[in-house]
Design a protein around this ligand. Structure first.
Ligand SMILES: [Zn+2]
Length: 317
């Protein structure tokens, strides 16, 4: 298919990469969390938001202990994983108007979260005397932070695994992309079967002939082929000015109203709700729940009349 009609060759619409599914991606996703600790630190004096957080300064991540401790002398937040340092963050850089005396640290770990699954909430604390003259911690809520309140950190906790992932990522992005040019599907697969039978090949040939004429056969890219409001939508990434591609596509999109979406026979009925145009035979089929398809259909009375205008209204929505 892709040799005869090069424009059906599938590519990622954003990256231009081949779409083929690789086990490497799965490997990457499964192992990345074991190789890299991704965590988010935010400053907050609203302790209520940390109701579910751990306040002991350590949590269990992948069966090992992650700890966060504030060191008053160095003014650093020291983070260790499995007993060894992974990060030491200078907290001074976050405060414009002096440093709080202490910090309360709240931690949480959600292994199911797909993005950042470790969160540290840091509540700045100052010791001051209350109205009875007794020292008590007050939350330091008048600090002006230097930048936005959330900070993200990544720390490699398993270097061999991390490099293995990196190397496999590179292999995926380069050599495999170059080598793997045989697609497992093409853009035409997305077209409904009935339309393929009714006019599919004819449409492809007509587009191909026109693309050849304007010397655009290998540049033309399909963006999306789908069904919407009962008719064919064929979206592309543009074509040269002066070509008739737009007209050809429009002609077949309009033609799709006339053919059964399932089998390609002339459409006689239109379904309610999810609009589809179907033939007499398909309208008399029994549904899974025992009811007949025709109970959910209206006849297409007059092509030039009300139903045609109804179709146009749908399209504008
Ligand atoms: Zn049919």
């Amino acid at each position: 298919m892709c040799i005869k009609y090069p424009f059906l060759y599938p590519r990622n619409r954003f990256t231009g990469m081949h779409y083929n599914y690789w086990k490497i991606i799965e490997y990457h996703n499964n192992n990345y969390k074991n190789a890299v600790l991704s965590y988010q630190i935010s400053f907050d004096d609203n302790i209520l938001s940390a109701a579910l957080y751990d306040t002991t300064g350590h949590i269990n991540v992948h069966g090992k202990e992650l700890t966060a401790k504030y060191d008053v002398i160095s003014r650093r937040l020291n983070i260790t994983y499995n007993g060894s340092y992974v990060n030491s963050i200078d907290l001074r850089k976050y405060f414009k108007k002096g440093m709080p005396q202490d910090f309360k640290i709240y931690m949480t770990y959600n292994p199911k979260s797909s993005h950042v699954n470790i969160k540290l909430l840091i509540a700045p604390v100052n010791n001051s005397k209350n109205s009875y003259g007794i020292d008590e911690p007050t939350y330091f809520n008048n600090i002006v932070l230097n930048d936005e309140e959330c900070h993200f950190y990544n720390c490699i906790i398993n270097r061999p695994l991390y490099w293995k992932i990196k190397i496999l990522d590179w292999i995926h992005d380069y050599p495999l992309q170059w080598l793997h040019f045989i697609p497992t599907y093409n853009e035409y697969d997305a077209m409904e079967d009935g339309w393929k039978i009714a006019f599919g090949k004819q449409m492809l040939d007509e587009i191909k002939t026109e693309l050849k004429r304007v010397n655009y056969l290998y540049k033309y890219r399909i963006f999306d082929i789908k069904e919407k409001y009962g008719s064919l939508r064929w979206e592309d990434c543009g074509y040269p000015v002066g070509s008739n591609i737009g007209k050809i596509v429009w002609k077949y999109e309009q033609m799709s109203y006339d053919y059964c979406i399932h089998c390609g026979k002339p459409a006689k009925w239109v379904t309610r709700g999810w609009i589809t145009y179907i033939c007499d035979e398909c309208a008399h089929k029994t549904r899974k729940d025992g009811t007949c398809e025709i109970d959910y259909c209206d006849p297409i009375v007059d092509k030039e009349g009300q139903n045609e205008s109804a179709a146009e209204t749908n399209e504008e929505l």
